[in-house]
Structures are given as structure tokens and as C-alpha cells.
Design a binder for this molecule. Structure first.
Ligand SMILES: Cc1ncc(COP(=O)(O)O)c(C=O)c1O
Length: 377
């Protein structure tokens, strides 16, 4: 079956200010500090970069590399790198100024970020409050509670859960550890993004060990924190040799595309929730925005049709590769590449052809085990 797309935007406004915006986001030493810290954690292990030869063949490209985050820090998603690192950063900052007053952390989440924050807090015996919106599954809520967090369910969508979190934090003196930034709240989301870049550093090392050079990178976006972090890191490493970067979004939460079209951050009102729960975010992180605006080459938005088939496809290898546990958001990269190859005008616009080497990020495993079971069996 051919995949169709909802919307496509080619970023012709790319200009030469990436060095400035990337250095602003990650000044010298920031990502290195995160790498040196996270790689010392007892649970740390590099995640696999898997060559999806069967999929590459089907799509008619030379290679597809899949960075498999399903095993990340036993938490099953790349998000483990960010939230827990930010909790550690909060503790270090307080220790540096001799602040030993009681600490409680909180965040809004659609699941994976909250899991990372609650895991980081539990390890340090810090009380943790997590705010989830109406669409977050019971399975995800259970996992958050199992990490010792107090879970608050809020009416409305992700943005409503952020508002509730901020209100309660103000009233109770809690420290917000959010992966979304807003005016006056930048340091912690930047540290979270620095944590994510461990994934990029590993990928570069793995590609170089195989002497492979990418032509394209697909990055799925919710608030764009991961896409912005990885894009900035890759840009700082490859500069003018940066591969073409394709941002993928759900058509139900297409805040990057809408912002790109207007050339300013635009708040999308989420009416329906995509099954790719981690991508359901109506506003681009203002930290990620300048990076995406100046560094991304393409934005593609799609519906949910491909998600379940691609999860099943990952689960059952048809060739040499291992079976892969890929959750809803992990289907993104495969859907993007297939959609581009199924629609020749897209493949042409993004210069994807038989010589292309594409990186896709399998951002999560079975982070909602009940749903995964239901879909994949
Ligand atoms: C599994 C997964 N993939 C991708 C994303 C998108 O990340 P971001 O919101 O930083 O764009 C999320 C966010 O929660 C996620 O949980």
C-alpha cells in the first residue's frame, strides 16, 4: 500500500546562522559534560545502530540505519537521557551554592519524559509529581506511579498538563523539570537537550566505525526538543557536510510545519490525539525553534495509518537483522522514508535516491506495554 502525506514543507529559508544558534544552545563543553556524566551511570550502555537492509532494499535506497533506543537505560526510550540528567543537574546546582532545603521535582509529560524524571528522582530519593493529560494511557500512568511518582491526571491536552504543573509548582515551591522551554525557563530544558545528544555522539562513533556517511537524517518532533538537540549536535560536528534533515510530525500536532510556514512559533490546538503519543505537542520548544528554522531541510506531516504496520514490520525481521521492539514513535522514521519514496515529488525534492544513506531514530520500545501487545501481539 502506498503511503500518502498530509503536508510537506521545503525549508528554503535556511541561512548561514546555524553556527550562531547552535553555539548559543550548546556552548563549548555542555554536551561533553552531559556525555561524561551519563556514560558513568551504572545502567549506561550504548544502544545499537542497526542496518535495516531489508527495508533499505524495499525503499530503493543504499542503506537505512536505525538507532534503537528501546534498550536505553532500561527505560525503553531516548528520553531517559534527558529528564534524569536534568534532575542530577538540579542537585548539582543546589549543592554548588550550599542549598540543602527539601527538594520536590515535577513535570508534565505524555509518558516518556516523566518516566525519566521520576526514575532520576527515585534514584536520589526526591519526591516527584507528574502531570499527565486526558489522552495518556493507563499503562503509561502505571509505569510513572511504579517509579514512585505522584501522578496527577489533568483534563485537556499536553499544554493543559503543563499549565497545571506550573500552577502547582508555584503554589508548592516545587522545581519544574520540563523538556519544553518558555520565556524565562531555559536552563533545564537545555540540559535535557544536552542529555539527548549522547544519542548523537554514539551514532557518529558507530557510523565512523563502519565508515558510512549519511545523506539524510529523519527526526520526529513533538515539541522538537530531540530534533533540535540532535540537529544542533550533528551540525556542530559536520558543519557544511550536514546531511539533509527531514523533520517528521503527526498531522494532528504539526506545530513545526505551521511555524515554518509562518516563520514564527505558532501554537497548534490539538483536537485529536495521534497514536504516536510522544509526538502530540502543539507548540515548538522555543529553544529548538531557531535550530529547526535554520537547520532543517524539510518537514513532513503524516497521519497514523502507517504506525501499526511499521511496528509489526520492525517486530518481525525478514532478513539478517534482529527483531526490533519499536513503539509508536519509532515507526516515524520508516513511515517518513516510505512516504517519500511512495511520492516521487517528495523523494525528488529531498534528493533521496538509490545512493541515499538514511538515519532514522527508533526513539522508544514498548513504552506502553499493553498497547504494544495489542498492536504487535
Ligand atoms: C518516544 C518519543 N519519541 C519522540 C518524542 C518527541 O520528542 P520531542 O518532544 O523532544 O520533540 C517523544 C517525546 O515525548 C517521545 O516520547
Amino acid at each position: 500500500m502506498k503511503y500518502s502525506y498530509a503536508n510537506y514543507y521545503k525549508n528554503t529559508k535556511q541561512d548561514n546562522v546555524m553556527h550562531q544558534v547552535a553555539d548559543e544552545l550548546f556552548p563549548e563543553g555542555k554536551c561533553e559534560k552531559a556525555f561524561n556524566s551519563i556514560t558513568q551511570w551504572p545502567d549506561y550502555k550504548q544502544t545499537d545502530l542497526i542496518s535495516l537492509d531489508d527495508f533499505a532494499k524495499q525503499q530503493g535506497v543504499r542503506k537505512v540505519f536505525y538507532k534503537d533506543e528501546s534498550t536505553r537505560l532500561n527505560l525503553g526510550a531516548f528520553k531517559a537521557l534527558g529528564g534524569a540528567y536534568a534532575v542530577q543537574h538540579v542537585l548539582e546546582t543546589r549543592a554548588a551554592v550550599g542549598d540543602d532545603s527539601p527538594l520536590t521535582v515535577c513535570t508534565a509529560t505524555d509518558g516518556n519524559h516523566g518516566r525519566s524524571v521520576s526514575w532520576g528522582a527515585q534514584k536520589k530519593n526526591i519526591p516527584c509529581h507528574i502531570f499527565i493529560h486526558a489522552g495518556v494511557s493507563q499503562g503509561r500512568a502505571k509505569i510513572l506511579a511504579a517509579n514512585g511518582a505522584t501522578v496527577h491526571r489533568v483534563d485537556g491536552n499536553y499544554d493543559d498538563s503543563i499549565a497545571a504543573c506550573i500552577k502547582m509548582a508555584d503554589e508548592n515551591g516545587w522545581q519544574i523539570v520540563s523538556d519544553t522551554s518558555w520565556e524565562g525557563y531555559r536552563e533545564i530544558p537545555t540540559q535535557i537537550m544536552a542529555g539527548y545528544t549522547v544519542l548523537a555522539a554514539e551514532t557518529i562513533e558507530q557510523l565512523e566505525a563502519q565508515k558510512e556517511t549519511l545523506t539524510h537524517i529523519v527526526l520526529q518532533a513533538g515539541c522538537g526538543g530531540m530534533a533540535g538537540a540532535l540537529l544542533a549536535y550533528f551540525w556542530k560536528y559536520w558543519r557544511d557536510d550536514l546531511p539533509e534533515v527531514i523533520i517528521m510530525e503527526s498531522d494532528m500536532s504539526d506545530c513545526v510545519l505551521e511555524s515554518m510556514q509562518r516563520d514564527e512559533i505558532y501554537l497548534v490546538d490539538i483536537v485529536d490525539e495521534t497514536i504516536m503519543a510522544g509526538l502530540s505537542c502543539g507548540e515548538v520548544s522555543e529553544l529548538a525553534w531557531p535550530i529547526l528554522r535554520h537547520g532543517a531541510s524539510h518537514v513532513l506531516t503524516v497521519g497514523d495509518e502507517g504506525v501499526k504496520p511499521m511496528m509489526r514490520y520492525l517486530a518481525k525481521s525478514e532478513g539478517e537483522r534482529p527483531n526490533i521492539v519499536g513503539g509508536e514513535c519509532s515507526a516515524s522514521g520508516l513511515i517518513t522514508l516510505k512516504t517519500m519514496m511512495d511520492n516521487p515529488e517528495l523523494a525528488k525534492s529531498a534528493n533521496i535516491d538509490k545512493d541515499s544513506v538514511v538515519l532514522i531514530i527508533g526513539t522508544e520500545g514498548a513504552t506502553d506495554p499493553d498497547l504494544y501487545q495489542e498492536i504487535v501481539g
